[in-house]
Design a protein around this ligand. Structure first.
Ligand SMILES: Cc1ncc(COP(=O)(O)O)c(C=O)c1O
Length: 498
């Protein structure tokens, strides 16, 4: 679903939005409000009447009538064969004098509250919402969090009453936490790291933002995987970088001659477990990427968001461990292993960058939460972190297997030939790949009607051709729910592939 469809669908889903009016009038009101609030900005192309009718599940005539009304009042312009575009309501020259007055007044009242960048950021608003619902990709099972233990560690920190822990955190974060993370990364992820290189951030989102601000300028190019993690994409767009999508295949990011003709400042990758396809970047591709980064003087941002969840064999080594040219900024997060609201992540920056990152982290973010960082340092250094990972890895691994079996059994031999379930033994979601002709967005919607929050693979792409499929998260879902909803999901998929 396009961002515009999503925006209008959300407005129409509000039961108190003009409840008494007919559908076409509600749609007209929804679009008009969005244009006045600059959520649909001047020059934006609206979806075709056919697409919008499909996305909103209304008759096409309803959309056409709403578009005609908007065009008559000057809110949109339509050109045959080219589509419908949002007009610039500041310079509106509507049909009648009465409308002129009304439109001009409301445009003044609704003077754009946001910058152009702000409007772009909020216009998207299509990132997955973290609702706790069966099969939301990326959600972990917070019920297995060791509450009592955490409480004890927190209490101890508070009892010590160290006033310096109530201050802002300078120097890249609480030293014992940085030491504990360095030790963990050396042993578990083969990362080459000294404590000086570690910066504690409030999660990967902030790590990416700092890198974009410090390492790239407006208009610089960022290579991103296609399909891509929407969170990274949003940060780069908000920093006015030009995104250059690079195809992902079974071996990860696949560079072609046309890609190599461009000059990136940043290269964003998820080599251990590509998000969202799950592909693992091959050794040859890792070497090639490191080589290219040196040649192009670019920085690789390695987002290692979930490699703790590898269910068979040892976790894969990080790309950073192979880096001899100091081109990689490695990023990790506690969002998945502990809980997202902890808002603690970290970066390992090349030695030459560490002083600058410390300064920028302090000046731009004023980091804090040292009490949480202190409890977390104890949690890791006392061995609870690795115990917790072992426990949830086992839980999620068996849920993954149960979901896969439930789907395969339900698909039967015929459907199993046309649908592929991702085979990588890691992560928090699996991908059910669908034949090209299947409308995965429609299936996402259909699944939502039965209470399942799967995500369509095609919506993660920046450029065609897109692959069709569904991202199905299993970590949060209990075995009885997997058995129940798994069957339901299989029948939704069956109905779409038929
Ligand atoms: C690819 C990827 N990277 C990073 C994150 C975590 O980011 P944060 O630390 O900002 O919660 C997520 C969360 O869903 C993710 O999917």
């Amino acid at each position: 679903m396009s961002p515009a469809s999503d925006l209008l669908a959300n407005t129409l889903a509000q039961t108190d939005f003009h409840p008494g009016l007919p559908q076409q009038r509600r749609l007209y009101e929804a679009a008009k409000a969005a244009i006045h609030q600059h959520l649909l900005g001047a020059g934006n192309k609206l979806p075709s009447s056919r697409d919008l009718a499909r996305d909103l599940s209304v008759a096409r005539n309803t959309v056409i009538a709403a578009f005609e009304q908007l065009a008559a009042e000057g809110y949109v312009t339509s050109t045959l064969g080219s589509g419908t575009y949002v007009a610039d309501i500041q310079t509106l020259t509507p049909v009648g004098a009465k409308t002129t007055v009304r439109a001009a007044t409301s445009a003044t009242i609704n003077a754009p509250p946001l910058s152009k960048r702000g409007m772009q950021i909020t216009e998207f608003a299509a990132g997955p919402r973290f609702e706790i619902q069966p099969f939301v990709p990326g959600d972990a099972d917070f019920s297995s969090f060791p509450f009592k233990l955490w409480q004890r560690l927190q209490n101890r920190v508070w009892r010590e009453a160290r006033s310096e822990l109530l201050d802002y955190g300078d120097s890249g974060g609480h030293l014992p936490l940085r030491q504990a993370i360095a030790e963990y990364l050396r042993i578990s992820r083969s990362v080459k790291v000294s404590v000086e290189q570690i910066m504690i951030t409030s999660g990967t989102q902030q790590s990416l933002d700092l890198c974009a601000q410090l390492l790239a300028d407006v208009g610089d190019t960022a290579w991103v995987e296609d399909p891509c993690y929407w969170g990274a994409r949003r940060v780069f767009e908000a920093c006015d970088l030009v995104l250059h999508p690079i195809t992902v295949d079974a071996d990860g990011m696949a560079l072609e001659a046309a890609d190599l003709a461009t000059n990136p400042r940043l290269i964003y990758v998820t080599p251990s477990h590509q998000y969202p396809t799950g592909a693992v970047m091959s050794l040859a591709r890792r070497r090639e990427l490191l080589d290219v980064a040196v040649r192009k003087n670019a920085w690789i941002l390695e987002d290692d968001y979930d490699s703790e969840f590898r269910y068979t064999g040892r976790p894969l080594a990080a790309l950073q461990g192979l880096d001899t040219g100091d081109r990689v900024v490695y990023m990790g997060t506690f969002s998945k292993v502990l809980y997202p609201g902890i808002k603690v992540g970290y970066m390992v920056v090349p030695p030459a960058l560490s002083e600058s990152f410390k300064i920028a982290l302090y000046d731009l973010q004023r980091p804090g939460q040292l009490m949480v960082q202190a409890a977390l340092a104890d949690f890791i250094s006392l061995g609870h972190f690795t115990t917790h990972i072992r426990k949830i890895r086992q839980i999620y691994g068996s849920r993954r297997e149960l979901l896969r079996k439930t789907l395969v059994n339900q698909f039967g031999p015929q459907l199993s030939q046309r649908v592929t379930i991702s085979s990588e033994e890691s992560g928090l979601h699996l991908v059910v790949e669908l034949p090209e002709h299947v409308d995965d967005v429609a299936l996402e919607k259909l699944a939502a009607e039965s209470g399942m929050a799967v995500k369509a693979l095609s919506t993660y792409y920046l450029a065609p051709p897109v692959r069709r499929g569904l991202l199905v998260g299993y970590a949060y879902v209990t075995p009885d729910k997997i058995a129940y909803y798994g069957k339901l999901l299989a029948s939704v998929i069956q109905s779409g592939v038929r």
